[in-house]
Design a protein around this ligand. Structure first.
Ligand code: IFM
Length: 589
């Protein structure tokens, strides 16, 4: 029911003079044709300019779209003038968001390609629109433009350069909080439950059938059970707040969402007598190859480790965030949400008694029952099919369910280490009552186990693997190969035909995050900004701008030195950088 009004003016020029050809317009359903007739002189050059005004009746846009579309082009400037203003805006975007890599032409081109597509999708100019960030940008019809959890990978790029863009996408969620409450209620939970896929109204838009090109069949699709999107929304709120210190956002919108999401998790987590721990049942984790137990009708799995660990993190952070807000905000939450402080006690109890299927040797089972699945003969499938990223489709076409195998599409347990450092994962497990030993070892055990069983059927998986390899000295060299795989994914359409349906915003922003955290080695989670750069041998320089809590820095990393300048009113002022071995620290205070 959205009216879309487009009004075009077509103009012809020769020698700077506007010409007035005869016009003939015909209209038929779905088509408007405009025919121009005039006599042309041989040897003379002519310019044709067509300028379009486009408005819609969407709530955020216009009450009078016809009128506005007409007014927008009435007396509009000529193309060169419009191009100038367009260029000056793009120059500003590049000035803020470019990453310069010297010594690696391919990486430089690919990273700029990625930044370009991200900025073409969402930028400060798009913040007046009420919209969420579609996984495949605005470039094609893949996933019908739906919004998933991919902002988790995308928002860090905007937090660094244009935090108002992240805020706008979080407001997309806030404006649909009521819908999320209804979904939670409909499913007999409390709080708010954002659906796995959503579109304009925020309702459930997840698909329930999936087309398998290998078999030509439509198979049931249970991926809508990815409740973990409600971890991603909360994580993005927290990250945005952490990097911007936007109190106005957290007090008016962010905290309300966090509390409602926490309520949902507190209602799905059930305390069970047999072990005195909380369990979360019937969910699907990020790995979309496993959606139900073998030989069962119902969808969902029990105690997906990613979901349980990150739920504990979320409840823990929500309690801390709430406690740090002023009393007036607490009063507001009591009134607006009938929020009781006793809920905080319940959430702390859930954190301390959440169940995670973890073995004595530190291996975290992806979900309860994982160990009962069969091992897949990866070599044989590789030999038989070559590209086995979409192993699910291959197996299904053979009449076998991927649910039977220890074969995963994308990082699931390892996703925890993408969002939290090994130390933080270990701390959270500690709060839940699990002694995990040395955090690096915890990561290494799980990394070695799961990378051997992952097909990377989603490009997001490359990003996670590249980032977390950085923590492990024994596997650090893999950072580069995963990074390259991520850089090439859309440029060469390595998923085989998916790019023409739309680029993948998650992997594009993810590569830039790898530059920032993996290669520049920036850690924003200490009192001071830490830089521990590790440039590939051929890179002569990596430089970029970044904004953290309102301060913009220009960072230049050379193989043997780094510089960081603070940007004040367009001027660069050197910042003191303390050096300790290969690690540099900058204090913003
Ligand atoms: O959100 C992703 C998911 O993790 C893997 N399948 C595609 C989705 C949209 O990008």
């Amino acid at each position: 029911h959205v009216k879309i009004c487009m009004n075009a003016v077509s103009r012809f020029f020769s020698n700077g003079e506007q010409l007035r050809p005869q016009r003939h317009v015909t209209t038929e359903p779905g088509l408007v044709t405009e025919v121009f007739t005039m006599e042309l002189e041989e040897g003379q050059s002519y310019t044709y300019e067509k300028t379009m005004g486009l408005f819609t009746s969407a709530a955020w846009d216009s009450d009078t779209p016809e009128q506005q579309a007409r007014e927008a082009v009435n007396g509009v400037a000529r193309f060169e003038r419009l191009l100038e203003s367009h260029k000056s805006v793009w120059t500003e975007y590049w000035n803020q968001a470019d990453f310069v890599i010297e010594g690696d032409r391919f990486a430089q081109k690919a990273v700029r390609l990625h930044a370009y597509h991200l900025l073409a999708t969402a930028n400060p100019q798009s913040t007046f629109v009420d919209w969420g960030l579609p996984a495949r940008g605005l470039h094609g019809e893949a996933y019908r433009g739906h919004i998933f959890w991919d902002e988790l990978f995308i928002s860090p790029f905007y937090n660094l350069h244009f935090p108002e863009v992240t805020r706008n996408h979080l407001m997309y969620r806030y404006r649909r909080l009521e819908e999320a409450r209804k979904i939670a209620d409909h499913e007999h939970f409390t709080g708010a439950l954002y659906p796995w896929q959503s579109a304009e109204d925020g309702g459930r838009d997840s698909q329930t059938l999936h087309y398998n090109p290998n078999s030509g069949k439509w198979d049931p699709d249970l991926t809508y059970l990815q409740r973990h999107i409600n971890i991603a929304v909360a994580y993005n709120i927290w990250e945005y707040f952490y990097t911007t210190a936007d109190d106005e956002f957290i007090d008016n919108y962010g905290l309300e969402m966090l509390l409602e999401i926490a309520r949902f998790w507190a209602s799905i987590a059930q305390l069970e007598e047999q072990d005195g721990r909380y369990h979360i049942r019937n969910v699907v984790g990020p790995d979309e190859f496993h959606t139900q137990y073998p030989k069962t009708e119902d969808g969902g799995l029990d105690d997906n480790a990613y979901t349980n660990i990150m739920t504990a993190w979320l409840l823990h952070k929500t309690v801390a965030t709430y406690k740090h807000r002023p009393e007036t905000v607490h009063q507001d939450m009591h009134t607006r949400l009938r929020f009781e402080d006793s809920e905080l006690e319940l959430w702390e109890d859930i954190v301390s008694r959440m169940y995670v299927p973890i073995r004595e040797d530190g291996l975290i089972e992806q979900f309860s029952g994982w160990m009962d699945l069969y091992e897949l003969n990866w070599k044989e499938y590789g030999r038989k099919y070559g590209n086995i990223r979409r192993l699910d489709r291959i197996l299904k076409a053979e009449g076998i369910s991927p649910n039977h195998y220890k074969a995963i599409k994308q990082a699931d347990v390892l996703q925890c280490f993408y969002m939290l450092s090994p130390g933080q994962v270990s701390n959270i497990l500690g709060l839940m009552g699990y002694e995990t030993g040395e955090p690096q070892q915890l990561l290494q055990t799980n990394y070695e186990y799961y990378t051997a069983r992952t097909s990377h059927g989603s490009t997001l998986s490359y990003v996670v693997h590249s980032s977390i390899s950085n923590y492990l000295s024994t596997h650090r060299q893999n950072k580069w190969s995963w990074f390259l795989a991520a850089l090439k994914s859309d440029m060469y359409d390595t998923q085989g035909g998916t790019t023409m349906e739309g680029i993948h915003c998650g992997v594009m922003a993810g590569t830039i995050e790898i530059l920032f955290k993996g290669f520049a080695g920036i850690n924003l989670y200490k009192d001071k900004i830490e830089l521990n750069p590790q440039l590939p041998p051929s890179w002569r320089k990596l430089s970029f701008k970044m904004t953290h809590r309102g301060t913009t820095l220009v960072v230049v990393i050379l193989p043997d030195k780094i510089y960081a300048n603070r940007l004040i009113d367009g001027r660069e002022e050197p910042m003191a950088c303390t050096e300790d071995g290969s690690c540099y620290t900058i204090s913003l205070r």
